[in-house]
Design a protein around this ligand. Structure first.
Ligand SMILES: [Zn+2]
Length: 155
């Protein structure tokens, strides 16, 4: 019960729960949520959780994340659960969906890929080859992407 209170005690905003432990900062990167913006953010890390052992929880106040923002999380926290909070209660629950193709979400991490050439602007396309284990390849050069790097190369 005390855990639920900690998670839901914001007035309006978005709660991303069941983030794999230690991944919350990557989740923030993926969402383009950063301390330079004005929204208050609370981060709870290493909370004991029956479901995944330990988890991180991220709360973003006064911002409702859209489905396309949330789908970015499929890359690093595919089993996270998301709740939209309005007036201190859960107004909506959202599922994170891993699409077949990620367009303009992150750039290919290989320096000699055609997408790195600014004179030939192409949409950044990554294909999801397999979801478990997660495997993502560049649609142009076909190279497999490293998830850690991908989180750092979000557009
Ligand atoms: Zn590439």
């Amino acid at each position: 019960m005390s855990e639920m209170r900690r998670v839901t005690a914001i007035c309006n905003g978005t709660v991303v729960d069941h983030i794999p432990s230690g991944k919350a900062l990557q989740v923030m990167q993926m969402l383009g949520v950063n301390v330079g913006r004005s929204n208050p953010i609370s981060l709870v890390m290493n909370v004991p959780s029956g479901k995944v052992g330990r988890k991180d929880v991220l709360k973003i106040e006064d911002r409702e994340l859209t489905q396309s923002e949330l789908d970015r999380l499929a890359l690093i926290a595919p089993n996270a659960s998301v709740a939209i909070i309005r007036n201190y209660s859960v107004a909506e629950k959202r599922e994170i969906e891993l699409g077949k193709e990620l367009v303009n979400i992150a750039r290919c991490s290989f320096w000699n890929c055609i997408t790195q050439n600014d004179r030939e602007p192409l949409p950044h396309k990554l294909r999801v080859v397999s979801s478990e284990p997660l495997e993502v390849r560049c649609a142009y050069c076909g190279r497999a992407q490293d998830m850690e790097e991908l989180a750092g190369s979000v557009i």
